[in-house]
Each structure stands twice: as C-alpha cells, then as structure tokens.
Design a protein around this ligand. Structure first.
Ligand SMILES: NC(=O)C1=CN([C@@H]2O[C@H](COP(=O)(O)OP(=O)(O)OC[C@H]3O[C@@H](n4cnc5c(N)ncnc54)[C@H](O)[C@@H]3O)[C@@H](O)[C@H]2O)C=CC1
Ligand SMILES: O=C([O-])CC(=O)C(=O)O
Length: 339
C-alpha cells in the first residue's frame, strides 16, 4: 500500500513538473541585473515557471549573479552578460525586457533629480532594444518613469520600431503599497484588497483611487487623505529609512516580477490579465498615463477609462496635470536634443 502511495505521489510530481514546463519558450532579459533591484528580481524571475531563458545584463557584475542564480533548480536557463559588447546577445529573442538600470535616489532628492544620469542610460538601452529585440514587451523601472518611458518611445519612433502596445512604465509598486496600506488601515485581509493607482510615478502624479478600492468599507476623508499621501510618499519613506543606501529594491523586485509575470501570461494567451501601467494613452489629454490596462498576446489590448472619481480624486487629477505634462515633454525633448 505504502509502495502504491509512493508511486502515485511520484507520478503526480512528474506530471506537475511536466505541466510546469509545458508553456511556450519565453526569454526574459533584465538590464541592470546586478543592482539592488536587479538581483532579487533575477531570483524571482528564475522562480517563474513561465520563463525558459533568463538573460541577466549589466555593465559589470553579472557573471557572478548569473552563476549564483543558475544553481536554483527551476525551469529557466540563466545566462549572464557584462558590458556593452554583450548587450545585443542578451537582448536577441527576448519576449519581455525589464529595465531597472540606473541610479537610485538619496534622501532629499526627487525622482526627477535622477534624470541627468538615467535619461542617457535608458536612451542607450532603448536604442539597443530597437536594434536587437524590437518586438519585445519592454517594462521600464528606471526613474523618473514619468520621463524615461517617453524617452524610450521617442527612441523607438526614431528607429521606426515603436509599438505603443509594447512599452510599459512599471507603476506596480504604487498599487502594492496602496493595497498594503489600505488593508492595514481598515484591518482587511490584504490578499482580498485591490486599489487602482493612476497617473504617473512620482509624488502627486501618483493618484490612488480609494473610491474604487475593493472591498469597499466605511472610510473617512481623513483616512483617505492619509492613505493617499502615504502611497504618494511610499518611495521617499524607503529612501529615508535606507538613509543614503538607495531606494526600494526588494518590494520593487516583487512588483517588477509581478508585472513581468502579467506580461508573460498576456503573451501566452491567459485571459483577463489586467494591471495598472504607465503607457501611451488617450484616457486623459496627457500622452502617457497610468491606468488599468488589459495585457494580451500583443501587449496592451485595452486601456480602461478611469471610472467614476470622487471630488478629492478629481482634484488630484487636476493637480498632477502640470507636473506630469512637464516630465513627459522633458523626456521627449531629451531625445530630440541628443540625437
Ligand atoms: N518604477 C519604480 O517603481 C521604481 C524604480 N526604481 C528605480 O530603479 C532604478 C534602479 O534602482 P536600484 O536597483 O536600487 O539601483 P542600483 O544602483 O542598485 O542598481 C542599478 C544597476 O544598474 C546598472 N547600470 C547602470 N548603467 C547601466 C547601463 N547602461 N546598462 C545596464 N545596467 C546599468 C548598475 O551597474 C547597477 O547594477 C533607479 O533608477 C530607481 O530610482 C526604484 C524603485 C522603484
Ligand atoms: O522612490 C524612489 O526613488 C524609488 C521609487 O520609485 C519607489 O520606491 O517608488
């Protein structure tokens, strides 16, 4: 009897791992893979059964990170690429490219203060993507996201490869924070909670819509204002706590892995994959805006309207307009001025 049970368990395990490996071949490339976000993100993507090849690229340090992660006994084959001359190889054939390359904030800085360094990094990486992997879904994490996504778009336009359905700014961390803070404030099981976050990814451009949070529970205006501010300042909260040693890396790796998983599921034809993301959009009069997006086989399949907003949220939407518009133009201008 015990032998029979063991045989059944073995068979189940075998079938389970077969099912796990049965998805299509999917290559994911991480650019900035040796960094604070890149390393845990690489590990989380190695744990994702949808990934068959994980390419880890950075200017330095990737051979060690790749060797380390490659020992984990999961599906993905891991390869490391270091230095610009290996970037093309890292990108070739990639289905999803995640970009956490660039410098993080120190206390007292805004995300926009990172523009001078990170704009050039994202521009260079986007140029290589246009050349080596023009059909990949691109997930931009590097700050300031409000500008780096328009930068990537302009680079792709110039290269003649731009497909707005395939370019995403990763704002998932804002959603994760809003869910965590809402669940904690209202004593709800966090796994049951959702909060859409729209706009952009910096300060007041981050607009959580607690009027659309689920589950709906009685909440005071004071609580809404507290939760909104805490979500908007979530990044700064971590920057200050790390006291000069960078910004969110672990929660960002989780958020980035969650969003990349959604992209892989969409590509694989899973239905109803919906995430908030900063994309080219006509939901407002701003050319880029984050809202709920349906991700499918071609990337963005549908961008959802904002839905009914409270007076407070409508005011927030008005307030973010100038800053987000400026950040978008700043990114676009950078590419035009630096051909
Ligand atoms: N979208 C979001 O919600 C969030 C965005 N971020 C942003 O992510 C970026 C990375 O943050 P961390 O990982 O903490 O920084 P980090 O400094 O620890 O790592 C950045 C990595 O990028 C690499 N890098 C620099 N230039 C590169 C290039 N040209 N090509 C490839 N790699 C290059 C560096 O060698 C380094 O390994 C920052 O800009 C940060 O502001 C951080 C948290 C949340
Ligand atoms: O705050 C930062 O600089 C990093 C970031 O974008 C976040 O944690 O949301």
């Amino acid at each position: 009897m015990a032998g029979r049970q063991a045989a059944v368990a073995l068979l189940r395990r075998g079938l389970g791992s077969l099912a796990e490996q049965a998805g299509p071949q999917r290559k994911v490339a991480i650019l900035g893979a040796a960094g604070g976000i890149g390393q845990p993100l690489g590990l989380l993507m190695k744990l994702n059964p949808l990934v068959s090849h994980l390419a880890l690229y950075d200017i330095v340090g990737t051979p060690g990170v790749a060797a380390d992660i490659s020992h984990v006994n999961t599906r993905a084959h891991v390869s490391g690429y270091a230095g610009e001359e290996q970037l093309g190889e890292a990108l070739k054939g990639a289905d999803v490219i995640i970009i956490p390359a660039g410098v993080p904030r120190k206390p007292g800085m805004t995300r926009d203060d990172l523009f001078n360094i990170n704009a050039g990094i994202v521009k260079a990486l986007a140029t290589a993507i246009a050349k080596y992997a023009p059909h990949a879904l691109v997930n931009v994490i590097s700050n300031p996201v409000n500008s780096t996504v328009p930068i990537a778009a302009e680079v792709f336009k110039k290269a003649g490869t731009y497909d707005p359905k395939r370019l995403f700014g990763v704002t998932t961390l804002d959603v994760i924070r809003a869910r965590t803070f809402y669940a904690s404030k209202k004593n709800l099981p966090v796994k049951d909670v959702d909060v859409p976050v729209v706009g952009g990814h910096a300060g007041i451009t981050i607009l959580p819509l607690f009027s659309q949070a689920t589950p709906q529970v009685p909440i005071t205006q004071e609580e809404i204002e507290y939760l909104t501010k805490r979500t908007q300042d979530g990044g700064t909260e971590v920057v200050q706590a790390k006291a000069g040693k960078g910004s969110a890396t672990l929660s960002m790796a989780y958020a980035g892995a969650h969003f990349a998983d959604a992209c892989l599921k969409g590509l694989n034809g899973v239905e109803n994959v919906v995430e908030c993301s900063y994309v080219e959009s006509t939901v407002t009069d701003l050319p880029f805006f984050s809202s709920k997006v349906h991700i499918g086989k071609n990337g963005v399949e549908k961008i959802y309207d904002l839905g009914p907003l409270s007076d407070y949220e409508q005011q927030g939407l008005k307030d973010l307009h100038v800053e987000l518009a400026k950040s978008i133009v700043k990114g676009q201008t950078f590419v035009h001025d630096n051909p």
